[in-house]
Design a protein around this ligand. Structure first.
Ligand code: BES
Ligand code: MN
Ligand code: ZN
Length: 506
């Protein structure tokens, strides 16, 4: 998607479609007012005659627009002015974006940057516009013999009030585009079937990202021999039952002037298929366990967004990739494995494999002396029970990182909700035979999974995101959401802004 920013009167814009948000009270926003003036009050009349009800996310296509240079006019309802917040703004924007993709329009002008939103500037709004448009243009049709025709839209022009505003809109749009592309990349990786997207496929993907980065990103792949030499017995135990070999994928983004500046590290769970292993899952819905690399996919997508934005900071992206299958060599309930950290783990349930893969990757992260570490994982079904599909679960050993993650989630509107990581829960992981067990029983499954990981993250400030409920949709629109790329990218950009604001404290 190409984008441009204009300060000129939108009524003069020669475009295939002009998109205009409208509040229910009929008081038109500045851009809408100009369009209304130029079109002999077309918008006002449509509202007065009851032909357009501006309820939230209602879209009316007006295929001719007399008086305007645009070929079409799209009105988008914003609902009640007094109730307009981020969620409503985004709902209207998504409806408009989806409607735009169905039009025979190569370009469009969109006037969403002048919607008043308490606490959000036009940079935020422009970012969301580009993100929404990029997401709406996404198709996953690689395996369809006759895919539907691709959306036509190639170019989007955003309107701005004046030159200062145009600079903010331009900066926001640039971020939104990079973010949207990162999100779509995450969706594609996660949507790929398990027989295509294997640990080796993800490793090749890291090498491809590095190749196209122009030297900003380097990739290092640890194969099973390297992991054996290293002592990553826990990660290796997960892939034992599969013919697909396990990989630890490490990508370095070096954007800081000072090469030694402490990096922020993201660690993704990359179980490319989770059958449960010997503790086999029930059959219904098992296909969705191809999404069990959603954490890894979000790490890749965030890396892609970062490569689009090139912030001046150092980052490390780690993916623990394995396939969890039953087989004669598979790890069995009761087996004891030795982690990279040296702690032994009694594997009481081979379906609690994510933590076994992640713990070694988290220990590996210590060598980078990180400023912070965030792991992202489709870790527990209990996260869906606790939070449903709206919030990711957050656990952290550091209040600063937790606050920063929650704030980033609000800004990105890709939200998380914190659960306690109190010591009282730790004893649920006691084992009679090893240093700890890999399951903590039924109560508080998301928390005890976090407790397990916390035993491996004592060396740095750390947060864990359980995205079991947020990484994909089930049902008719089954598919990856691209979450939490928005949250993660925002978290990282905020860390850079914070460092810029306090340069002496690095
Ligand atoms: N990948 C699953 C978690 C999951 C399940 C995510 C369903 C999304 C939907 C994870 O590996 C798993 O199987 N967790 C077990 C842990 C249990 C055995 C302690 C679970 O949640 O049932
Ligand atoms: Mn599992
Ligand atoms: Zn899993």
């Amino acid at each position: 998607m190409q984008f441009a920013v204009q300060t000129a009167n939108p009524a003069k814009a020669e475009t295939d479609c002009v998109v205009v948000p409208v509040f229910r009270d009929g008081d038109l926003l500045p851009a809408a007012g100009k369009l209304d003036d130029a079109s002999e009050r077309l918008i006002g009349q449509l509202i007065e005659r009851g032909d357009f009800d501006a309820h939230l996310a209602n879209v009316l296509m007006v295929p001719f627009a007399p008086g305007l240079c645009a070929a079409r006019l799209m009105l988008v309802g914003l609902g009640e002015r007094a109730e307009c917040r981020e969620a409503g703004f985004l709902k209207a924007l998504d409806a408009a974006s989806e409607a735009l993709m169905k039009l025979p329009a190569d370009d469009a002008v969109i006037t969403f940057a002048d919607v008043p939103l308490p606490g959000r500037g036009s940079d935020w709004k422009a970012r969301k516009v580009l993100e929404a448009i990029t997401r709406a243009g996404y198709r996953f049709e690689r395996f369809m013999s006759s895919p539907a025709p691709a959306p036509r839209l190639q170019k989007l022009t955003l309107t701005a009030a004046d030159n200062d505003d145009a600079r903010r809109v331009d900066a926001g749009a640039r971020e939104g585009l990079a973010l949207g592309e990162g999100i779509n990349y995450t969706r594609t990786l996660a949507n790929l079937p398990g027989n295509v997207c294997t640990p080796r496929y993800l490793a090749a993907e890291a090498e491809a990202l590095a190749d196209e980065s122009g030297g900003m990103l380097t990739a290092e792949i640890l194969d099973e021999d390297a992991l054996t030499t290293l002592g990553a017995g826990s990660l290796l135990s997960v892939g034992r039952g599969s013919v697909e070999p396990t990989r630890l994928i490490v990508m370095h983004y070096r954007g800081a002037d000072n090469p030694d500046e402490a990096p922020h590290v993201l660690v993704g769970k990359g179980i490319t298929f989770d059958s449960g292993g010997i503790s086999l899952k029930p059959g219904a819905g098992m296909d969705e366990m191809k999404f069990d690399m959603g954490g890894a996919a979000s790490v890749f997508g965030t890396a892609k967004a970062i490569l689009g934005l090139r912030p001046e900071m150092n980052l490390v992206f780690i993916v623990a990739a394995a396939e969890n299958m039953p087989g004669s060599a598979a790890t069995k309930p009761g087996d004891i494995v030795t982690t990279l950290k040296g702690l032994t783990v009694e594997v009481l349930n081979t379906d609690a494999e994510g933590r076994l893969a992640l713990c070694d990757a988290l220990t590996y992260a210590e060598r980078f002396e990180p400023a912070s570490v965030v792991d992202i994982a489709t870790l527990t079904g209990a996260a869906i029970i606790g939070l449903g599909h709206h919030a990711s679960g957050l656990l952290a050993n550091d209040d600063g990182v937790a606050r920063a993650m929650l704030d980033a989630g609000e800004t990105a509107q890709d939200r998380a909700w914190q659960l306690p990581l109190w010591d009282e829960y730790q004893q649920q992981l006691d084992s009679n035979f090893a240093d700890l067990a890999n399951i903590g029983g039924k109560p508080a499954g998301t928390i005890t999974a976090g407790c397990f990981l916390s035993r491996f993250t004592e060396a740095y400030p750390w947060a864990h995101l359980d995205i079991a409920g947020t990484a994909w949709h089930s049902g008719d629109n089954k598919g990856a959401t691209g979450r939490p790329v928005g949250l993660l990218t925002q978290y990282l950009l905020d860390r850079q802004n914070e460092a810029d604001a306090a340069p002496d404290e690095r």
